[in-house]
Design a protein around this ligand. Structure first.
Ligand code: PMP
Length: 441
């Protein structure tokens, strides 16, 4: 499969050579890397993308889950063009920024909002606000979760199984070089889906006078495929953090706008103190947002925290976002995504049963994946111990060679867009059936 893909992507190989002369490693972001070269894309239209070699693919990557609106959506294009003609950037507020804030407040039930330009900025600012609000430094996160590329959260992600540590005392380890040890030490990780472990770790920290400012987490882990919260888990975390006066941040950079109109907060009916958004929010433009309660966000309003950025609330970004929220991501759109995802998850499960493949399909809203594991993944440790990484890599190559464009990592899920159809998801299932048949015969 590897050889076939390499033969089909000769122009990408040439571009990679050229790119290496001006771009570090030949790409714009390390997450775009892939051996022996990345696939350079040229064009996207609705649910379809074309690479520079002219290979046409159904897009299940969707810009790491950003393009829930589909590529080149005419409504978004019109909003961008109209805004562009009137000027793209003032660093002064525009009406669209208000309209977006009103809609996000309605969807999340959180009254106060600010904008950023990425998921990383959103989580960085949210954590600072939580620290200012509580006057505390320690941050608690879920082991294995990714929350962006700033120092505080580049901790305890992508760790090898033998370095994970004990459930009640998981390691704090930097993700890559250049992160100060003092910052690493301030971030404490606990396992997902285990409120008992969170409670015991909290008690230990409180005894050491290191009570956290916040717990930052995804309501469903979206970087181990898809790991759903077990019944009652989110409410138990909500109760525990409220009891200790710890700010609960749901990082909805991936789940927000993708799994329901009001993200995980609506889906599971648990409202945190703060929410962070990005990715699908901007419909393909770099938009992020932070929402919070009046109480927590008061540290922004009263000027004690500088929540700032030249491009925050950029007119082009908020115009695209407004059009996306009001005209594209409608209740009908979410009903369409739910129905399509049920279809693809159900069909993948049937394939798994038909061939006796060790694995299962899981999905929520526009997100889902086939997890190659004989047992259910509930947290990072069980992912590392059970997920068949080799098979996941093979599935990626197999898909790419048959016109299914997926994220290069083995830890990502598919994202459907409102422009995906039954034809698109059936194409995915057909390729999966072929893979399962090849493997199990
Ligand atoms: N939080 C989560 C949950 C994410 O998945 C990501 C990106 N994968 C981020 C934050 C960071 O977003 P960005 O890449 O826009 O900085």
């Amino acid at each position: 499969e590897e050889r076939v893909l390499n033969e089909r992507t000769g122009r990408s190989a040439e571009m990679f050579k050229r790119a290496n002369r001006s771009l570090s490693g030949g790409v714009a972001s390390s997450y775009q890397l892939r051996d022996p070269w990345p696939i350079y894309l040229e064009r996207g239209d609705g649910p379809v993308v074309w690479d520079v070699d002219g290979n046409q693919m159904w897009d299940f990557h969707n810009g790491f889950g950003s393009m829930v609106q589909g590529h080149a959506h005419p409504v978004i294009g019109k909003a961008i063009q109209e805004r562009y003609a009137k000027g793209t950037h003032f660093a002064a507020p525009t009406e669209d920024a208000i309209a977006v804030g009103e809609e996000l407040a309605r969807r999340w039930g959180l009254p106060q909002w600010r904008y950023t330009n990425s998921g990383s900025e959103s989580t960085m600012d949210a954590i600072r606000i939580a620290r200012a609000f509580t006057g505390r430094d320690t941050v608690m996160k879920i082991f294995g979760s990714y929350h962006g590329h700033h120092d505080t959260v580049m901790v305890s992600i992508g760790v090898e199984y033998d370095k994970i540590g004990e459930p009640d005392d998981l390691a704090s380890l930097p993700y890559g070089a250049g992160i100060p040890q003092a910052t690493v030490d301030m971030t404490v990780a606990v396992p997902f889906n285990d409120v008992g472990a969170m409670e015991r770790r909290l008690e230990k920290l409180i005894a050491q006078d290191r009570k956290p400012a916040c717990v930052i987490m995804e309501a469903a882990m979206m970087n181990l495929g898809v790991v759903l919260p077990e019944d009652g888990y989110l409410q138990a975390v909500r109760d525990l953090t409220a009891k200790h006066g710890i700010v609960l941040i749901f990082d909805e950079v991936k789940t927000g706008l993708c799994i329901a109109a009001g993200g995980a907060t609506e889906k599971w009916g648990v409202t945190p103190d703060m929410v962070t958004l990005a990715k699908a929010l901007g419909a393909g433009l770099p938009m992020g947002a932070i929402g919070g309660t009046e109480e927590v966000m008061s540290v922004v309003k009263n000027g004690s925290v500088y929540q700032v950025g030249t491009y925050n609330g950029n007119p082009l970004g908020v115009a695209a976002t407004r059009a996306s929220l009001i005209e594209v991501l409608t209740p009908d759109a979410y009903a369409h995504l739910d129905a399509l995802n049920d279809r693809i998850v159900g069909a993948c499960d049937m394939v798994i049963q038909k061939y006796g493949l060790p694995g299962y399909a899981v999905g929520v809203g526009s997100k889902g994946c086939v997890t190659f594991s004989p047992t259910k993944i509930t947290d990072y440790a069980s992912f590392k111990a059970n997920q068949d990484a080799e098979l996941s890599d093979l599935a990626w190559l197999f898909n790419m060679n048959r016109g299914i464009f997926m994220t290069p990592g083995r830890e990502e899920e598919w994202t459907l867009s409102v422009t995906h159809s039954e034809e698109a998801v059936d194409a995915y299932v057909e390729v999966f059936d072929e893979l399962a048949s090849d493997l199990m015969s």
